[in-house]
Write a new protein. Sequence first.
Lengths: 282, 328
Amino acid sequence: MAAPRYGSPLKRAVTFYIPLTVMVGTTLFPFYWMVITSVRPDVELYNVKMNPFFTLHPTLNHFYYLFELTMFPRWAWNTLFIAVVSTGISLFCGLLAGYALARLQFRLAPSLGTVIFITYLVPPTLLFIPLGDVVKAFGIGDTPWAVILTYPTFLIPFCTWLLMGYFKTIPREIEDCARIDGASRLQAMIRISFPLAVPGILSAGIFAFTLSWNEFLYALVFLSSPQQKTIPIGVFTELVRGDVFYWGPLMAGALLGSIPVALVYSFFVEHYVTALTGAVKG
Amino acid sequence: MADQTIEPILAKSAASGAPAIAAPVVVAVPKSRRPRGLGHLLEQEHILAGALLAPTLVILTLFIAYPFVLGIWLAVSDKVVGRPGNFVGLQNFWVNLNDTIFLRAFQNTFVYTFIATALKLALGMGAALLLNQHFRFKRIVRAGMLLPWIVPTVLSTLAWQWMFDATFSVFNWMLLNVGLISQRILWLGDGTMAMGCLILVNVWRGMPFFAITLLAGLQTVNPDLHEAAEIDGANAWQRYWRVTLPLIKPIMLVVVLFSMIATFADFQLIYVLTRGGPYSSTHVFGTYAYEIAMRAAKLGQGASISLFLFPFLLMVIVFQLWYIRRSD
């Protein structure tokens, strides 16, 4: 596969370019659809005779609706705040736990590693009903803390798992040298190993950020008042009234809600892919 | 897992003539410089480990272990929102097994999981093989491929819902204008069609994850092996089945298991696209549990539905742990 010998151009087109184009086209079409829907005026959107693939009268009305007549800016702020804080908490916990499991010798290390791996695989769907009671019991229902404290249940195991794998790739001898030079156990960890783990921390952080930005079930169940909602919940619940879908603003909201994660992702593609593949390999 | 890697390294450093590094490293630190008090305690590895793991264990106990136990209690109680529940034994499970919507959801969950995972694996493998070739703009294509996986599922699913709209579906517009159909297709109009659409959207969303992880697997395959096989007369197909596939089988298996868990426990895609409709024909465990617990306020009954996820999850987890142990 490494050597570029592909036979005739026709064969290459059939076995490569056509499948690739179909694949890329299918992947990206729904995004094109979000964009085009968000700028077409309502008269065109709801007229089956018009060609739906483009418009000669682009409008920003749907965005205006979103910003002026819904709480979209507030949802965007909530989503950002929740994603940043829960990612921060998860990175902090995951960094310490990952280090302990990868580097320190103690009897429970293997079994705790297994426990964290298991919690990594527990889906929110299994727990959301009792967790709703727990959140209420703590008095944090319908506040950002309801999700800030529950997102780490799937983010910490992921961060721990990824960083544990990362610490294992850093040679232990580097820390041992520091110890011989008189650094304490803690200093060796903080001054030597943590800085070396920065690429791993970045990967885990980006992945965790996108996971919490996108989360749906916990936010849907734990956040109910409109001013507390995140973008996915707000767009889904406040722009559909009964059976009426406000498709223009819906697609505008979907587009704006997707752009921040897509941007973060595009800046750190390699880190994201590392996290993605590291998450499964462990 | 952790101790297995520690031991060989210690053995190695001890063998290379630095015995002071092995076991209690504290010995190597001159007594006068040894930290006192808390610092001293943290020199001991098991105490430091306890301190480092404490925040994680507190959060996981409060928000996973405790809710899990609570969930089991709810499942055997008649709790509804606003009043305490009583123990009712297995009654909730009995009610479920006599509920035709639940049985439909049961069947849907498995159909959805297995068909979607099989398609994601097949298409993801195809995509990975395409992306593993050399071509211009490869990096951009690879990055763009992951978009469905990156963006919030709810938001992209809303775009699909609009594309499947009963009146304004773009697919209908195309098919009508090309002349392939004479009447609009109601994409989400009946249970079977709607399940098909759900699987389609799930495959669209999940395929990039397969493609990118399998691509990472393919990139670890040594090209020399392919050349050797080619010299021995193997054609492209044989090289794929006999050389590539066995080498990437481990990562393939892990990706499939991960995806199966996520698909099995899916909620958002189905809830957004069909809300379990039409006529409750597309519910899965997740959406039906939500419907019963949150909309009908029957927390106990809902918890018993979620709990049906557990045996299958447990099987996958046990298998995965067994597999990790074995390959270690």
